[in-house]
Design a protein around this ligand. Structure first.
Ligand code: GLU
Length: 498
């Protein structure tokens, strides 16, 4: 196989959509597994919609996801520039060659005239195709009109009969009717290149071996192959990926949930998890194992096994994959990831002492089971940082209204108030004492204990929770943690008021 050179060619007109990120990722995996090159090219010829802010964010998002490139706008390379807005003279020069070789022509049709043509074609139920009005103009006449200052676009001569056939690495043999293609515009009257033209010039000059992109570009590929022929360039191989859909089988959009890589990053997903999940959108490994690292994916990915059917973005599966990746983190990594969202919530100080870090490691590790992304952490930490019997649920209240409920809370409150001898690291010491005093045991003992200390009916195991609560209460957090004695006393006052 010739040297693999693939590219990701985003238009900086919005945030990086997960569908496009999946395209970037498949290109990247293909490049890395073939020891080839992955190129980033910014397609910013749509001047009105392209924004530098989007380009900067796009670069950050690709970097966060772990997709590094060998050549690109920020990095340079032998085939630059890698931003289309800096390649205008290249496009102009190739279009002149096409005109000189009579493979392209100037078209003076006005936008209004073209609009009328399109509308009447639609009214007749036909696909709008350029009628070819300017095809027959002599080069001399065209030259005169251009020199006289008349506006014109440059169009490619395309055969209007027969088919254009090509082999797609994902979709197999494909055939397009040439009469439905028309003569594509290469250069607009303002000198800006049309997408199909710029992309062919760039892919050819950048030595791209494989174009892997979304199947919404299939009809463009037919036009582009005609352009490769006209420009006497060898076309690359093509692989068109199915679209990424929501569960209702419409294109994945905001209606379905988060759709940009930036959003998933902000929600606190691990890059490794999103990477893993995106790789499974339209491809699956031959063995069962789906939780895979970047290196495993480089090794296992197989472009020839990419599915033709639509890939459905399954948020539940992403959460599951995410939990599997989170499980692999060390306590220290978990604490580091937890820090930012908790600090933003106001629970943690800007500067943490060693003791606070060590507490955070233990508490975050204890709570990690319940989360699939780190933005869910503040809610989990409410069990420490927020305690108010007044806000307890109906279920919890019912537990306290039983005979044992009331007795256990009173005994607990009294016991914790008058004595320092309770060893909080041993739940059994407290529960044994309360059991002796109240005669309540089993769930009649433990349910009220939990409600008295958490105002909830479920959550962390009490033997993990109590020592963490007591340690946390001694640390100077911006939102102070109430210890067992304070909580029991509040709950006791609360039930007296019921
Ligand atoms: N700029 C185009 C897009 O974002 C690139 C398509 C292609 O890969 O050729 O859709």
């Amino acid at each position: 196989m010739t040297k693999v050179r693939v590219r990701f060619a985003p238009s900086p007109t919005g945030y990086l959509h997960v569908g496009n990120a999946r395209t970037a990722l498949f290109n990247w995996l293909f490049a890395r597994q073939n020891k080839g090159e992955f190129i980033l090219r910014v397609e910013d010829t749509d001047v009105e919609r392209s924004e530098k802010e989007y380009e900067d964010q796009l670069i950050k998002d690709l970097q966060w996801l772990g997709l590094d490139w060998d050549e690109g706008p920020d990095k340079g390379g032998d085939h630059g520039p890698y931003r289309q807005s800096l390649r205008m003279d290249i496009y102009a020069s190739y279009s002149q060659t096409l005109i000189e070789n009579k493979k392209a022509y100037y078209c003076f049709c006005s936008p209004e005239q073209l609009k009328r043509e399109r509308e009447s074609a639609r009214a007749e139920g036909k696909t709008p195709v350029y009628s070819g009005t300017c095809r027959g103009l002599s080069p001399e006449e065209s030259k005169q009109r251009i020199e006289a200052g008349e506006e014109a676009v440059i169009r490619l001569f395309t055969p209007d009969r027969g088919t254009l056939d090509f082999h797609d690495l994902v979709r197999g043999s494909l055939s397009f009717q040439l009469e439905l293609i028309g003569d594509p515009v290469l250069l607009r009257s303002n000198g800006l290149p049309a997408y199909n033209y710029a992309v062919v010039v760039d892919d050819a000059l950048m030595g791209i071996s494989h174009v892997i992109r979304g199947e919404d570009h299939l009809i463009n590929t037919a036009k582009q192959i005609l352009l490769y022929k006209a420009l006497e360039f060898d076309p690359p191989l093509f692989a068109h990926l199915s679209m990424v859909m929501g569960e209702d089988n419409t294109r994945l959009s905001k209606r379905h949930g988060a759709t940009s890589v930036h959003q998933f990053n902000q929600e606190g997903f691990l890059a490794s998890a999103l990477f893993n999940y995106l790789a499974l959108l339209g491809w699956s490994p031959s063995e069962e194992k789906e939780v895979l690292s970047k290196n495993e994916l480089i090794h296992k990915f197989d472009l020839s096994k990419v599915s033709r059917s639509a890939a459905v973005f399954d948020y539940d599966k992403l959460h599951w994959i995410s939990r599997q990746h989170i499980k692999k983190l060390s306590a220290r990594e978990i604490a580091e990831k937890a820090f930012e969202p908790l600090q933003e919530e106001g629970f943690l100080p800007d500067e943490m002492s060693d003791k606070q870090w060590s507490w955070l490691q233990k508490a975050a590790t204890a709570l990690i089971k319940g989360i699939s992304c780190f933005s869910e952490f503040p809610e989990q930490f409410l069990i420490f940082f927020s305690f108010s019997p007044k806000k307890m649920t109906e279920d919890a209240r019912k537990v306290l209204e039983t005979e044992c409920g009331t007795k256990v809370v009173q005994a607990l409150s009294k016991e914790l108030k008058q004595t320092l001898r309770v060893n909080f690291d041993k739940l059994s010491v407290i529960s044994g004492e309360i059991k002796k005093q109240t005669g309540c045991k089993g769930k009649d003992l433990f349910h009220p204990l939990r409600v008295a200390l958490t105002a909830q009916t479920s959550g962390l195991d009490l033997d993990k929770f109590i020592p963490l609560l007591e340690q946390g209460a001694k640390l100077d957090f911006p939102v102070p943690i109430k210890n067992c004695a304070q909580r029991a006393a509040e709950t006791d006052r609360f039930i007296q008021g019921i």
